[in-house]
Design a protein around this ligand. Sequence first.
Ligand SMILES: NC(=O)c1ccc[n+]([C@@H]2O[C@H](COP(=O)([O-])OP(=O)(O)OC[C@H]3O[C@@H](n4cnc5c(N)ncnc54)[C@H](OP(=O)(O)O)[C@@H]3O)[C@@H](O)[C@H]2O)c1
Length: 305
Amino acid sequence: MRIFLTGATGYIGSAVLDALLRSGHDVTALVRDPERAERLSLRGVQSVVGELSVPKSYASIAEGCDAIVHTALEQSKRAAVVDRQAIETLLGSAIRRAAKGNPVAFVYTSDLWILGNTSGAAGEEAPLRPTTVVDWRPEHEKLVLDAGRGRVLRTVVVRPGVVYGGARGIVGDFLKDAANGLIRIVGDGGNRWACVYDRDLADLYVRAATQPEAAGIYHVNDEADERVNDIVEAVAKHAKMEPDIRHMPLDEARGKLGPYADALVLNQIVRSSRARGLGWTPTLHSVAGSVPRLFEEFRTARVAA
Ligand SMILES: NC(=O)c1ccc[n+]([C@@H]2O[C@H](COP(=O)([O-])OP(=O)(O)OC[C@H]3O[C@@H](n4cnc5c(N)ncnc54)[C@H](OP(=O)(O)O)[C@@H]3O)[C@@H](O)[C@H]2O)c1
């Protein structure tokens, strides 16, 4: 399939790109930096140098593709505005192609933080209680899901958990902090995070983009229901020199991190049964149980960077 991918240089998007290429798909990527575009072209990826907020830089290229996978997010105060603009542009491209009788899929990246604290094990039908950093997400999910209702277009909303693997993300930061001798946990660490291994997440994206029955919302996590303390203690135990662990009160963390601190104290138990219904099975089943491998991946990714 010909697939248009945003965010191919990002944490999730680069894993998705690897998985799409491994599955033999023809990928066109929206990239901001010409040097990165050049590097991707060495891997057989056609790149479009452009910007989410400049629709004309990518709308017509996206229109030529059988599936559009949107993983990019601008890390700025404009994140929500730019994301909405990108969704409208990409949905427009997809609808125009579908109107010509071509089957088209649009896969959108949301976030499990949209659920807030869960009560019981949360499936896709669970009520939305988004924490502040993602309070704009429900509207964007709705835009995507509504566009898929007429069956002209197939739309999918992927809600990943906290991603682990490689050197990036929150868990990657724990591995880095361990090497520096101090890991900080926001709150008492008794809360549970929903987490997912980057390669497993990428496998779900491939299924979402290519399987004709995939539509609607998909939670993606390893279902380990791990407490933050258990993750950090496992990281500390396997570090070369055991680091200190410090619990930072939420108020202090808010002062340093803003509303992101509230996301880090969410208590989430989440189930991904719809993903399993697509034949998806996670290969890693917990962060704590995978720490030696994660340290190895972390070192390899740092050397390669
Ligand atoms: N990481 C997680 O644990 C996690 C969990 C759940 C949900 N999510 C969601 O997943 C999405 C991706 O997260 P991530 O961790 O992969 O983020 P990331 O590593 O920061 O990657 C963001 C990607 O978006 C691209 N980008 C940013 N602004 C752009 C713009 N204006 N025009 C074009 N491209 C732009 C970046 O390109 P450059 O390389 O040029 O910067 C990069 O490729 C986000 O919506 C995030 O909220 C992430």
